[in-house]
Design a protein around this ligand. Structure first.
Ligand SMILES: Cc1cc2nc3c(=O)[nH]c(=O)nc-3n(C[C@H](O)[C@H](O)[C@H](O)COP(=O)(O)OP(=O)(O)OC[C@H]3O[C@@H](n4cnc5c(N)ncnc54)[C@H](O)[C@@H]3O)c2cc1C
Length: 404
């Protein structure tokens, strides 16, 4: 006999990943909507450090979920790649929208509530325990509420308790520093409808990039992403961010903070009996730090796995990791993990950065992926072709990268 539960599904975290999972569950099984509880420890609107870039994949995922972008946004039809005095502007087939996460996430919560989903805010997942005999999870919330559920979805971000229990990956996380400031007048032409990705700090020891994205209200969203292939303290990363921003006439306010983000690794353990991880809890893009689209795309995969489990009574979720791996999102993440390992390796960045800066075809392919019209993981022949071209052109490109 199966023990009755308070809820079929508890989703911990009402960020994009948790909302996507809950919305799809409610849509696939309308009778289930009142048997799902989404918990978030924060009250919305809440701050979320982020570049706020919604790529073509994010747009497509939102459309598939029936969710709209109803908050202020700045459309960027172009990306600019920079290495010191070298710049390349790359047109995007579909603009990337820059939003403020405080507004965007709160509105997604409202849209999900509009579908009849229950989202309890200011009440987090405090602890949980899987009871294999009773075939359920026992959950205690930060308000002391005790609940049982058939499935617990860990959509609880980079500090995920569910991820910690699964010991998903032992690689150290990415570090990201971000701030939003008033855009100096002189910067306006540079960021008008354009996202800037500046790799100059690679030469100073950063293993990542500096970004400047135009933000709503005449502001600019700035930050750096650092991959720990090189050890840098938080203070050193922040100092590099300040240094990089000086070139653009942007002064970083005091008190900028760094945030960790786990990289997705194909084959990592992102599920266990009665438990699933989505979004940051499962890991994000190691090359760019992009994670909004990742969460929006993983949420439905988790929802499908849950619908099957509820129908079959098999809550092992043995196939979930493979389902994510095989999906477009998993294949693109795995590809970017490999590319990041090359571009942000401890040594030798010039070899790969010169490919990125000087190979127009690679830029077009990547722009098409950002626009959502291309799956790079399916374009292995084109990527191998680019490597072949690069083998011949690398010495000249390498020299051009470092010419004064
Ligand atoms: C500085 C920075 C810049 C970034 N820039 C971009 C970008 O430009 N574009 C992009 O696509 N991605 C970007 N990312 C990544 C992106 O922000 C995340 O990948 C995305 O927010 C993941 O969504 P999520 O729903 O998994 O997690 P989150 O958005 O972090 O949501 C998790 C939710 O869980 C809640 N929570 C935490 N603990 C508990 C608990 N115990 N119980 C209940 N709830 C809990 C939190 O309050 C939060 O609301 C950036 C990340 C950082 C750090």
């Amino acid at each position: 006999m199966t023990t009755a539960v308070d809820r079929e599904v508890v989703v911990a975290g009402a960020g994009p990943a948790g909302i996507a999972a809950a919305v799809v569950l409610g849509a696939r099984e309308p009778a289930l909507a009142c048997r799902i509880l989404c918990l978030d420890k924060a009250q919305f609107p809440r701050d979320k450090p982020c570049g706020g870039g919604l790529t073509g994949h994010a747009h497509a995922a939102l459309a598939a979920l029936g969710l709209a972008i109803r908050v202020p946004r700045i459309a960027c039809g172009e990306g600019r790649l920079v290495y010191h005095h070298r710049t390349r502007d790359v047109a995007l087939g579909r603009p990337v929208d820059i939003v403020r996460r405080r507004e965007f996430d709160a509105d997604l919560v409202e849209q999900a509530r509009g579908r009849g989903l229950e989202i309890a805010t200011g009440e987090g997942l405090a602890s949980f325990e899987v009871d294999p005999r009773a075939r359920l999870v026992r959950i205690v919330t930060s308000s002391g509420r005790r609940l049982t559920a058939r499935v617990l979805v860990g959509a609880d971000g980079a500090g995920s308790r569910v991820r910690r229990a699964l010991a998903v990956d032992d690689r150290p996380p990415l570090r990201l520093f971000q701030a939003e400031v008033e855009a100096p007048a002189a910067l306006a032409p540079t960021i008008a409808g354009r996202m800037v990705y500046d790799f100059s700090l690679l030469a100073r020891g950063l293993r990542g990039y500096l970004w400047l994205f135009p933000a709503p209200g005449g502001r600019v969203n700035v930050g750096v992403m650092h991959t720990p292939s090189r050890k840098l303290s938080g203070a050193a990363i922040e100092a590099l961010l300040r240094e990089g921003l000086r070139r653009y006439g942007v002064a970083l306010p005091a008190g900028a903070r760094g945030w960790p983000a786990w990289r997705y690794r194909a084959g990592a353990r992102i599920a266990a009996p009665h438990l699933l991880c989505v979004g940051d809890a499962a890991g994000i893009d190691a090359l760019t730090g992009e994670g909004i689209a990742v969460g929006l795309e993983q949420g439905p995969i988790a929802a499908d796995a849950i619908v099957s489990a509820l129908a079959s009574g098999d809550f092992a979720f043995a196939g979930y990791g493979a389902a994510v791996r095989r999906a477009v999102v998993g294949r693109e993440l795995a590809l970017d993990d490999r590319v990041a390992a090359m571009l942000y390796a401890r040594r030798g960045f010039s070899v790969w950065l010169s490919l990125v800066l000087f190979d127009r075809r690679v830029q077009e392919l990547y722009a098409a992926r950002v626009s959502g019209s291309e799956v790079l993981a399916d374009r292995k022949a084109a990527l191998v072709g680019a490597l072949g071209r690069h083998a011949l052109a690398a010495p000249a490109r390498f020299a051009a990268l470092h010419l004064g």
